[in-house]
Design a protein around this ligand. Structure first.
Ligand code: ATP
Ligand code: MG
Length: 376
């Protein structure tokens, strides 16, 4: 019988109560993922630190590839056996074509009481398959795995990496500030990977231009939100941009926009019960992300601000964006940041932020009122 073995290292090392809770959550998310992909999932079963999935394995391979908490998967074949010879003959049938003309190694693991050791299984299977290919333990073309649990044996030769982390919804919810650029969707993904469900906030200062492209970025990252239906809050920030352009000195305009984002983000986060806001800031990437700017931006904020990309350089962020499937959509979002970039000040002081707040209070309060009235 074909079966998909699902491994989840990080959950496995938690205390009993936490582990049971997280395993249940992971199983729920796997079921939701299978439904989303229209996969036939006949049975899902926990078994000694693994989850076993029965049904349409090729489809389930895809549907599990975006489930946080999964360390790796292996499409496998499961059989029940009564002697070591059963295992050897099944292994021969399954793998003889695969090893023909290639080097291979057999690796066996065992749980339960048997009258043979793991090494004996590897040796016997290896001997048999040596009629077709060549044993090479150090660096084989193919690694053949056999896992024996009581009277069941699982055969697999593929270990596919999953995203790792913790199951979505294990850690509550956050609000990700999304510009549509390369960084912010990656930041949201990093937080989702730690089990946090994410809603998205976009502060639109360009009107209808670009909105569709940002929506597409949010859709792409939303494909990882299996187990939670993310909300996308697109907020009309045109008035904020106007006030910044006319009332704030040029060198402080970009920091003023960030401050507005933080303040609106904080209010919306409270409204939607998000325990933190997430940004795509990376230390010293641009002038508004120097140590002193980041520190000043947070003055008086009482919401946790998560910046998962803080220590990443641009190349690392781009690689991740490609991996998670947001890069292509992000580079289609029109650039607008030049709007506020007139030799920005890098050493922003508390007084600057106080002045910015004074200038922006009315317009920010209006935006917040609008958000509230829409949501009530
Ligand atoms: P990104 O950082 O997403 O690539 P960017 O580099 O143009 O876009 P920055 O100027 O670096 O944006 O802004 C820092 C962070 O502020 C972003 O990572 C994002 O979290 C948030 N942010 C910027 N612009 C917006 C916006 N219009 N709406 C919501 N959040 C935004
Ligand atoms: Mg950025």
């Amino acid at each position: 019988m074909r079966v998909l073995i699902v491994r989840y290292d990080e959950i496995a090392i938690k205390s009993n109560i936490v582990r049971t809770k997280l395993e249940k959550l992971l199983m729920q998310n796997i079921i939701v993922g299978a439904k989303k992909f229209n996969c036939n999932l006949e049975k899902i079963q926990r078994s000694q630190g693994r989850i076993l999935l029965y049904g349409d394995i090729d489809c389930l391979k895809l549907s599990t590839s975006r489930i946080f908490g999964i360390r790796s998967i292996s499409p496998s074949y499961e059989m029940t056996f009564s002697s070591i010879d059963d295992i050897v003959s099944e292994a021969e049938k399954m793998w003889k074509d695969k090893v023909t003309g290639r080097t291979f190694a057999v690796r066996t693991r065992r749980v339960g009481k048997h009258n043979f050791t793991s090494l004996q299984v590897s040796e016997k299977v290896g001997e048999k398959l040596a009629n077709y290919g060549k044993v090479f333990l150090e660096n084989p073309d193919i690694s053949l795995h056999i896992e024996i649990r009581d009277n069941s044996a699982f055969f697999f030769d593929e270990i596919l990496e999953g995203p790792g982390g913790l199951p979505l919804m294990a850690e509550g919810k956050a609000l990700a500030l999304i510009s549509g650029g390369i960084d912010s969707p990656v930041a949201a993904w990093m937080i989702m990977k730690r089990g946090v469900a994410v809603d998205f906030m976009y502060c639109n200062i360009t009107g209808p231009i670009g909105e569709k492209e940002v929506q597409e970025v949010v859709n792409r990252i939303g494909q990882w939100s299996i187990g939670y239906t993310s909300h996308f809050y697109s907020i009309n920030c045109l008035k904020i941009a106007e006030v910044i352009s006319s009332n704030i000195s040029k060198r402080l305009q970009s920091i003023a926009f960030k401050r507005a984002l933080y303040r609106i983000g904080q209010e919306l986060a409270k409204k939607v019960n998000a325990g933190a806001i997430v940004t795509g800031e990376s230390l010293a990437q641009v002038s508004s992300q120097t140590l002193s700017s980041l520190r000043s931006l947070s003055f008086g904020m009482d919401t946790l601000i998560l910046r998962p990309l803080i220590g990443f350089d641009k190349l690392e962020i781009i690689k991740l964006a490609e991996k998670i499937g947001t890069f292509e959509a992000s580079i289609k979002v029109p650039e607008y940041c030049s709007m506020f970039s007139h030799h920005p000040k890098t050493k922003v002081k508390l007084e600057d932020i106080k002045e910015i707040d004074k200038q922006l209070d009315d317009v920010i309060n209006n935006v917040i009122l609008q958000i509230n009235s829409k949501m009530d």
